[in-house]
Design a protein around this ligand. Structure first.
Ligand SMILES: NC(=O)c1cc2c(=O)c3cc(F)ccc3oc2nc1N
Length: 332
């Protein structure tokens, strides 16, 4: 008896459903650490997706979860000019610096409140989406021109390949980083293979993201916290906290430790509290980023040539690492 032939549109429909379910499973698993599917269920969906794309290559799209596994070997990285320059943050090293920052802010925005975010010690990655699909990833470079690392960015499971809404254009900034566990595992593997080890997770993340072979990037278990958008079409966001909610709605992971304060004294208290807690996080942080929350006030404050006047990085004090000085025997 002739097998009933699934008609193409049913198969095509199934393909769309698989892509959505796998993308959602990725978000649950990698982003929220609350997997709803067992590994076996996840693998079955992925196998079905791969089989469907193999049978119908014309249905394979760049936002398909099957495209994450890498396999693109970049010759060298093309240079790419950012839509808007990626500026750097001024640094504050103590309470006095923060009070000075606050004084300058309140000359322009007397009622300012602050959002304080952890300063993830990774590297900035700028992402561009068109019609809701990831089309480009780039490193910061010199702030104006960065390296195009789209294939590598695709391998990071917490970078959505497709937004929840098909916005015609969205530019996102965030920090690519290597969690401490991935870093320890990578260095152990490299040591066993007689390779040089990375000094810290930041260097390991930079090396992994600027890796020519995206298959290797895919094995490095990198992750991404989004923290900024360039004004996306149609959704004027009024504050940094709204930006963070918007990013979460679109499927990005936002670092959950951010807090709002109305006085710099409270900000200073939080900075001191976090300096004590910094080793409890599963990723390296080298300080906090303090931002004026209200977008209109940010625009009033504007920028210097290289930095925003509405944000500052508080850098944790260098830690006194007890160096064991080898006992030196002096023979006289
Ligand atoms: N490493 C970080 O976790 C982090 C970094 C930056 C920036 O570098 C940064 C640079 C700007 F010009 C403006 C805002 C920023 O916000 C930021 N927010 C963060 N959470």
């Amino acid at each position: 008896k002739e097998q009933p032939k699934f008609d193409e549109s049913q198969l095509f429909q199934r393909l769309q459903e698989l892509k959505e379910r796998i993308q959602e499973a990725n978000y649950q698993y990698y982003g929220l650490d609350q997997p709803k599917l067992t590994d076996a269920e996840y693998d079955a969906l992925m196998q079905e997706l791969l089989a469907l794309e193999k049978a119908h290559p014309e249905w394979k799209t760049s936002d398909s979860p099957s495209q994450r596994v890498g396999g693109y070997i970049a010759k060298e990285f093309p240079k790419i000019r950012h839509a808007e320059p990626l500026l750097s943050l001024d640094n504050a090293f103590n309470a006095g610096d923060l009070q000075e920052f606050d004084r300058r802010v309140r000359m322009v925005a007397p009622q300012a409140e602050y959002v304080v975010e952890l300063k993830i010690d990774g590297l900035t990655v700028a992402l561009t989406y068109e019609d809701g699909v990831l089309v480009r990833g780039a490193t910061r470079g010199d702030g104006e021109v960065g390296e195009e690392i789209t294939a590598n960015a695709r391998t990071i499971s917490t970078i959505p390949l497709r937004l929840r809404k098909p916005l015609s254009r969205l530019d996102v900034r965030g920090e690519g980083y290597m969690p401490k566990s991935s870093f320890a595992q990578l260095n152990q593997e490299r040591e066993e293979a007689g390779l040089s080890t990375f000094a810290n997770p930041r260097n390991a993340a930079a090396g992994s993201l600027r890796q020519q072979d995206s298959k290797i990037t895919a094995q490095r278990r990198l992750s991404y916290f989004a923290y900024q958008v360039l004004t996306p079409e149609g959704t004027e966001l009024a504050s940094q906290t709204e930006v963070l909610s918007f990013l979460q709605e679109q499927g990005f992971i936002v670092n959950p430790e951010f807090k709002i304060f109305s006085t710099i004294e409270d900000v200073i208290g939080y900075c001191e509290e976090m300096a004590e807690k910094r080793h409890t996080f599963i990723y390296d942080i080298d300080g906090l980023v303090i931002k004026v929350n209200d977008m209109a006030q940010q625009r009033e404050l504007g920028f210097t040539a290289k930095s925003p006047r509405w944000a500052i990085a508080y850098k944790f004090p260098a830690e006194q690492v007890e160096t064991v000085v080898e006992s030196i025997e002096i023979r006289v």
